[in-house]
Write a protein that binds this ligand. Sequence first.
Ligand SMILES: Nc1nc2c(ncn2[C@@H]2O[C@H](COP(=O)(O)OP(=O)(O)OP(=O)(O)O)[C@@H](O)[C@H]2O)c(=O)[nH]1
Ligand SMILES: [Zn+2]
Length: 354
Amino acid sequence: MIDIEFETLQALGLSPLIASRAAQLGAHEPTSRLARVIESQRDCFTVHDGHAERLARALPRLVQQLQAGAQALTIGDWVSVQTDAHEQAWIADRVDPVTQIARRANDGRRQPLASNVDTALLVMGLDADFNARRMERYIAMVTACGVTPVVVLTKRDISPDAQARIAEMSGRLPPTVPVLPVNGLSPETCADLDAWMRPGQTLVVLGSSGVGKSTLINTLAGAAQATGGVRMGDGRGRHTTTARSLHRTALGACIIDTPGLRTFRPDADARTLASSFDDIQSLATHCRFRDCHHEGEPGCAVVAHVDPDRLDNYKKLMRDAQRGELTALERIALRGKWKAIGKAGSQRARDKRS
Ligand SMILES: Nc1nc2c(ncn2[C@@H]2O[C@H](COP(=O)(O)OP(=O)(O)OP(=O)(O)O)[C@@H](O)[C@H]2O)c(=O)[nH]1
Ligand SMILES: [Zn+2]
């Protein structure tokens, strides 16, 4: 069995659930240690075992095993690391993640963004970046992964439309989703986020490029230096967001930085995605017709109470997700059908002209 120093590793986000899963990993080697992936490059990882960080590669056996399950190692994963005779560190096993945020790449492949995350800080600027629809999609994506969404609206100090935009966002989201307007540069932001930053917690920061993700992390982690905490992921004291990295914060939580993320295709089915629109779903039970499409039917409770743009966004997300659930063959058949319809249409147009 692998040796686990719970207290030491809790500072890196180890929870009792992950520790019990890790305890079931076979220790192939006496040198095996539990560690967390705190930075991921292309095929090399920085892992931290609570004492020191080091570079490690994954054993080809593990890479193949993960690939077979459409998985890959990613930042936040807990792994067992062994050292060979040349002092090279190898990742031999991975603990099944408790949560994982993933998206679908354009080619349909599953792309994990971060593992073992409790809370996602969904960062959006109150300036030109502001887009409530995109925020709803972020919320659906992380909720579907079992991660708690917290909306962080940055640049409240410099945006003339801040008040109206804060009201718009809080007005259309269900009250279960916290909306926090902040000035990411101000240390007061730490207090606003206090509730999600307890020791053992892991947060991920998601949002478009330039919205203030790094600024927020610097503010949250910066205080760590004052209290003697360790800042990880970047030994040079300068922050770059070309790769993902995990940082410790003053309050004991870990926080994962990601490069700007504008578009994503959620990796979840329609029903799972719908869970972040439970306001719509519970209102739908009050519609007069059981199969109401909320498109102007009489006695529709949804249209009467939900922001119309939010409802549109919900419908679009459901359509996208259902499309995503089609198998490759079904997609080809569907494309063939549309092509045939298009051809028939242009033939009709030609017939008309001649
Ligand atoms: N006034 C003000 N400026 C902010 C705030 N948040 C971020 N900024 C500024 O916005 C710019 C972009 O912030 P970053 O933290 O680099 O943005 P990012 O999201 O990490 O960007 P990427 O690394 O490209 O993904 C910087 O000049 C910050 O100083 C805020 O709340 N108020
Ligand atoms: Zn209805």
